[in-house]
Structure formats: structure tokens, C-alpha cells
Write a protein that binds this ligand. Structure first.
Ligand code: IVH
Length: 688
């Protein structure tokens, strides 16, 4: 029987735990993700309640409680490199089902084998101490990895804290971080619109995402994770399968596809089943992993230098299908590039129906020697975007050299293969020397180029005008309301609200978005203009040197080339942009509308105090006395070059700026942690 006190006490103790968890998450969402989930008032109320309760239960004091520290924005720092407790090995693998059968047959009789899906993402090692997630390491070189915990915390299925009393003090869970197909496709679509390079497959996208220094962006992209291996001392369970089921009870995302098999036949049936069924999964898989179930038997089998002997992976071969090439059509992008597109008889490939594939450019089509009516190979090697890799019966037994029907021979000249006129506006196409692409030069009159430029202008990383999506832009273009980016600022409430599908409310939203865009800083305005090859980063670099449109428009190609990342081609594009009178008119209208065509005073003063970013992300300790500058001057120099001056030496210290007579404590600590000492001269050399 519970006594009266514990009847009151236990729920209150539970409340402390729950409040800590809730406030910790709220802090993270507020400070790191900049996506608050609690109102300030709710936050404060909960914090006060927690303070009261903690005062009543001093035995529950915890230095990690949100009452004991301020919310932190750790996510803005670089990653710390941490040694793995157990090296992260890889797996022996084979594409041959016979080899897999052999491997199973060679195991001692009666051994149980766990079959799992081999997830095609990147491996992660999660460390939990006292139920709290304390590290999340990438594989790195297998010996040490990057701690990407702030990014990992954006994955909803990974618990930050587990409140159970049956947990071991510490344990490690390994698994795979993945970007689901749907998210991958949406991300690439967005990147295509922004003219950013596409990710070849979800694995690259997941890995690029996990290395971002901006957890808010990581959260937006929507990573997920499956866990498949638990390690540590004194863990529950005698088999791998039991451990995973325990991890599942603790709240981890463990796949339901795991199966304990007792024979070669069962293993092969599992492989055969998932060979097709995996195509319906939301994430990429590239094989099946077989693991000896019993942990004592695992130990007996042991390890090679690189892989465990108790596991092997069967890898699925790249998927390939033959299908009919019905037609080649031509697509005009926002910069006028004409891309040939293969229109295929629909075919199933790795879980998706493929009916279109890019043919990149004229040279690509020629190298494959394909034409409508051919049966072509479509491939998704390693699950990448479908591509055409060849045709059935390439070069049939026909004489070679001149007599073989080529595109020209069979179709009567280059012109009949690749269009000479823009398929959208009829303007003669030009092929820029040195480039593989044909381009429509009618920038101001070709519909997909006009609409594409407007779409780019309003996109998230440019002017970020909500409510003006692809369809609305198309509608406004059809109705004669939008012909160029400056027209956006002439849109009237009644014009918008008069359109079907758009009421007064959406009209107001659109206008509010347009109004807000007038505060978008100069660097993004420059990016939004859509000057060819001037991407987001290049625009930022240009805007720091040419701090207003007035200075930029008079810059010569030679001057522009002096900017980091700006080569002759980009410089030329910028100069040409400002030579076109139509662009100058548009710019004038944008200026009249009130857009930011120069850096703000605040940006300029930041720029002045920030000389460079050579010390970006570095934590530097100053110790000792110096010959050339005072300690305060060194502190200012560190900050002016993007670094941070910190007081005490820790493993997070990047280096110590060491003068004469450095403090003995600091020296000892630096030596113990292996932190570099930099002399005054070396430091001045570094920042010069
Ligand atoms: S077990 C010591 N199980 O495949 C063995 N790995 O090629 C640890 N992987 O680095 C790995 N799914 O990133 C295991 N169900 C699964 C897996 C899996 C994917 C990855 C993992 C590993 C790589 C080896």
C-alpha cells in the first residue's frame, strides 16, 4: 500500500521529469531551430512551476535541468570530433545469392540468423547516458566521427531522453539516417528551381543535410532514422534480436521487417520477398543484412580488421529495365537552356514508375545514338534519378564508318534531330561556344523564361514571397498581369481578387508577402534578379564588395573577377546584364518600389568591424604576455576575424594564442588535451 505522502509525491516527481523534458525541447526549438512551439507565457508558467517543484524535492536536483542553465544555441557551432567507443566497422558484402547461401551453410549447425533490410543512408552512433542522448557521431573514419547531435535532435523518432528505471547507465545505438524518397524528391525539385546542383540520391542528400550547420534547415528537410545495433556493457538480452526488441520498447525506431531465420531456405525467401517489396518502402534500401543472432556465437566468430565475421550484406543489383523511347521532347528552362527529355513507355523501377528521363544535351543523345522507336535501358544505379544508359542491340551488325545510319543519315541532318528554333517561342537557338547546351536567347519574350525568372525571384531563398506559386504566376502571366519581376510590385488587390480561385483573403496574403519582400537585404535581391550563374553564395560575396546596385552596375569584368568565386564567365554575365536596357528599366522600377538595392547601415557597420572570417567557428584562448599588441587588442582581432575568445581551456578550444610566461595551469591542460599553442607571430601571419 502506498502511504499518503507517496500518493502525492510520485505524481509530482513525474511532473518534474515531464516539465524538464518539455522545457528542454522548447528551448532547443526556440534557440536552435528558431521555431518556437510554446508561447512565452506558457514557457514562463511551466518554468515557474518546475522551479517550485524542484524547491520542494531537493533530492531531485539535476544540474542539467532547464532551471539551471540558459537556453543555448549550440547548433551554430562547428562539429566536435569524438573518438568512437567501439570502432564503426563496415560489412562484408556480396551481390551473389550463391555466395550468401555458402556463407550461411558454413556457419555452425543450428545457428539462428537475423535478416534485416540494409538501409541506404549514413550510419550514426547515438550515445545515451542516464537516459539522455549525449552524443550523435557520424562514422567519420571509423575511429572517430563528428558529433552532429544538434542535427540529430531534429529527427522526431530519436528520443532525447528516456524516462525508465530499467535502463543501463550507458548504452550506444547505431543505425542509419535517411531522407525519405518523398522528401528527397521535394528537395531536389526545390534545388532545381533555385538552379542549385541536385543530389544524386537520397543518401547524398541525407549526408549533405546532416553536415549542415543550420539545424533549422535540417529540421525542414525531414530526416528519419532506423536503428539496428545496440552496444555497451551489461546490456539486457542474449541475442541481437532481443536487444533490438528492447530498444523498440524504449521508444526507438526499429524496423518491423526484422526476422529470425533458421535455415538457408528461410534466408533466401526473405531476400526474394524484400527484393520486390522494398520498392514500396518510404526510404532507400540497397540490400539485406544477415547477422548471427546469438551474441556469444557472435563473439566466437569475431572480427577481421574491417568487418565482423558474424554478419554479411547481400546487395541488390542496380535496377535496369528495357522500355520504348516514344518521343524526345524539348524543355526550356528559366535561363533558356533547351533540354531534351526522353518520353518513355511507363516502366516500374525501384518502386517508382518512370516515364521521363533527362537526356541532358545534344551530345549526350548522340553518344547513346538513340532515337524514337528504340528500346532503351533505363537504370536507377544505387537508386539515383533514372537515367538512360544505352539501347537494346547497340550498333547492330551493320557496317561501321560512314555507312552506319546516324542521326544525320537517318533523319536528314542535325536540324531534324535537335530543334533549331525554340520550341516555346520560335526564336532561333544559339549554342554558346564551349557549352554543350543550346539556348533560346529571347530572355524577355519566351514564356517559360519569363515565368521561370518570376518563380526564381519569389522563391524562398530569394525574395520569399508567399502565395505566389508556380500556378498563380502562370495564371497572372496568362491574364497579362505579370510579364517581368517589376510587375509584381504593381499588382493591385482588385486585380488579384478578381481571379478565379483567388479570393480577397489570398489577395491580401500575396500583397502582404510582396510588401514584406521590400525588406529583403541587398545580397538576396541580387540573387533574386536571376543573373546567370550568380547563385546565392556568389551573390553574397559580390554584395559585400559592391555594396549597392549603383556601384555594381559600373563594375568591369576584370574588377568583378577579383571577387572570390567570380570567374570570367560570371563576370561577363553580370556585365551583360547591366548592358541590357530592359534590365535597367526593371531595376529602376524595383528601386521605385522600395526594394533594398544597397547594404543597410547596420550591414555596413558589421562588415567594417568584421575584417575576415578566417577564424570562423574557432574558440581561442589567450594566455601570457605579448610583444606587438595588448590582450584586449588580440581579443578584438579574434572577433574581427570571425573567431571567439574564450576564457578557459577545454576540449572545444581550437588553439591557444600563447605569449610569454603562459599560465602553468593552462599549459598543463592544453598539453593533456593535445591543444595547439600558437605564437604571436604565427597568429599575426594567419590573420594577415
Ligand atoms: S550492421 C558491425 N545493419 O551498412 C556491423 N548495418 O556496409 C554494423 N547498414 O556501415 C552494421 N543497414 O551504415 C547494419 N540493418 C543494418 C544496416 C546496416 C544499413 C549500413 C551501415 C554500415 C554499412 C555497411
Amino acid at each position: 500500500m502506498m502511504d499518503l505522502f507517496s500518493q502525492i509525491e510520485e505524481p509530482e516527481r513525474d511532473e518534474i521529469r515531464a516539465l524538464r523534458k518539455e522545457l528542454e525541447e522548447a528551448n532547443y526549438k526556440y534557440y536552435v531551430l528558431n521555431m518556437p512551439t510554446l508561447s512565452d507565457r506558457d514557457f514562463d508558467e511551466k518554468m515557474h512551476r518546475l522551479q517550485d517543484l524542484e524547491a520542494r524535492y531537493p533530492d531531485m536536483f539535476d544540474p542539467k535541468s532547464p532551471t539551471q542553465h540558459v537556453g543555448s544555441d549550440l547548433g551554430k557551432k562547428g562539429f566536435e570530433q569524438v573518438r568512437h567507443k567501439y570502432p564503426m566497422l563496415s560489412l562484408a558484402n556480396s551481390y551473389s545469392r550463391e555466395e550468401i547461401e555458402d556463407w550461411v551453410r558454413k556457419l555452425p549447425a543450428g545457428v539462428e540468423i537475423v535478416c534485416e533490410l540494409k538501409y541506404d543512408g549514413l550510419s550514426i552512433s547515438l550515445w545515451y547516458e542516464n537516459g539522455q542522448l549525449v552524443r550523435a557521431l557520424t562514422r567519420g573514419d571509423g575511429q572517430q566521427g563528428d558529433d552532429v547531435i544538434d542535427n540529430i535532435k531534429t529527427i522526431p523518432s530519436i528520443p532525447w531522453r528516456i524516462d525508465r528505471n530499467d535502463l543501463p547507465d550507458s548504452f550506444e545505438l547505431r543505425g542509419e539516417v535517411l531522407l525519405p524518397w518523398e522528401r528527397f524528391e521535394a528537395l531536389n525539385k526545390e534545388r532545381e528551381e533555385q538552379e542549385e546542383p541536385l543530389f544524386a540520391n537520397p543518401r547524398n542528400a541525407a549526408s549533405g543535410t546532416l553536415k549542415l550547420q543550420d539545424p533549422k534547415e535540417v529540421a525542414r528537410r525531414g530526416l528519419t532514422a532506423y536503428l539496428y545495433y545496440m552496444l555497451g556493457e551489461n546490456l539486457p538480452g542474449k541475442t541481437h534480436y532481443e536487444r533490438l526488441q528492447t530498444a523498440k520498447e524504449w521508444g526507438f525506431n526499429i524496423s518491423d521487417a526484422i526476422k529470425v531465420c533458421h535455415s538457408v531456405d528461410e534466408v533466401m525467401a526473405y531476400i526474394a520477398y524484400w527484393d520486390t517489396e522494398r520498392k514500396n518502402l518510404p526510404v532507400a534500401t540497397d540490400g539485406i543484412v544477415l547477422k548471427v543472432n546469438n551474441l556469444a556465437q557472435q563473439e566466437e566468430l569475431g572480427y577481421t580488421a574491417k568487418t565482423p565475421r558474424w554478419a554479411i550484406a547481400y546487395k541488390f543489383p542496380a535496377e535496369k529495365q528495357l522500355t520504348l523511347l516514344k518521343e524526345i521532347t524539348y524543355q526550356v528552362g528559366r535561363t533558356g537552356v533547351v533540354t531534351p527529355v526522353a518520353n518513355l513507355k511507363p516502366v516500374q523501377l525501384s518502386g517508382t514508375i518512370v516515364q521521363r528521363a533527362t537526356l541532358h544535351n545534344e551530345d549526350f543523345v548522340r553518344s547513346l545514338d538513340i532515337r524514337p522507336g528504340d528500346r532503351v535501358w533505363v537504370e536507377k544505379g544505387g537508386e539515383i534519378i533514372p537515367k538512360i544508359t544505352g539501347k537494346e542491340n547497340p550498333s547492330p551488325a551493320l557496317p561501321t564508318g560512314g555507312e552506319c545510319p546516324s542521326h544525320e543519315g537517318r533523319l536528314g541532318g542535325v536540324s531534324s534531330f535537335f530543334p533549331t528554333l525554340c520550341p516555346e517561342c520560335g526564336t532561333p537557338l544559339v549554342r554558346i561556344p564551349g557549352e554543350a547546351a543550346w539556348r533560346c536567347p529571347n530572355e524577355a519574350g519566351c514564356p517559360p523564361q519569363i515565368k521561370g525568372k518570376i518563380e526564381h525571384f519569389v522563391s524562398r531563398k530569394a525574395m520569399n514571397i508567399d502565395g505566389l506559386g508556380e500556378e498563380t504566376i502562370d495564371l497572372f502571366y496568362q491574364k497579362g498581369l505579370l510579364h517581368n519581376i517589376a510587375d509584381i510590385y504593381d499588382l493591385k488587390l482588385e486585380d488579384i481578387a478578381a481571379q478565379e480561385r483567388l479570393g480577397e483573403k489570398s489577395a491580401q496574403n500575396i500583397l502582404a508577402g510582396i510588401e514584406a519582400s521590400k525588406q529583403v537585404p541587398w545580397a538576396r535581391v541580387l540573387f533574386a534578379l536571376g543573373i546567370r550563374m550568380v547563385g546565392e553564395t556568389t551573390a553574397k560575396k559580390i554584395a559585400r564588395v559592391y555594396t549597392s546596385i549603383d556601384t555594381l552596375q559600373w563594375a568591369t569584368a576584370e574588377q568583378l573577377c577579383a571577387i572570390e568565386d567570380v570567374g570570367p564567365q560570371i563576370a561577363e554575365n553580370i556585365v551583360k546584364y547591366f548592358e541590357d536596357i530592359r534590365n535597367l528599366e526593371i531595376l529602376e522600377r524595383l528601386r521605385q518600389a522600395g526594394l533594398q538595392m544597397a547594404l543597410s547601415d547596420e550591414e555596413i557597420s558589421n562588415l567594417k568591424s568584421q575584417i575576415s572570417n578566417v577564424l570562423q567557428g574557432q574558440s581561442i584562448v589567450i594566455s601570457g604576455t605579448f610583444a606587438h599588441h595588448s590582450r584586449d587588442e588580440y581579443k578584438a582581432l579574434i572577433e574581427a576575424h570571425g573567431g571567439k575568445n574564450v576564457g578557459s581551456v577545454s576540449k572545444k578550444t581550437s588553439f591557444i594564442l600563447a605569449g610569454e610566461n603562459m599560465g602553468p595551469e593552462k599549459l598543463k591542460k592544453a598539453e593533456a588535451l593535445g591543444i595547439k599553442l600558437m605564437t604571436e607571430d604565427e597568429f599575426l601571419e594567419l590573420i594577415s
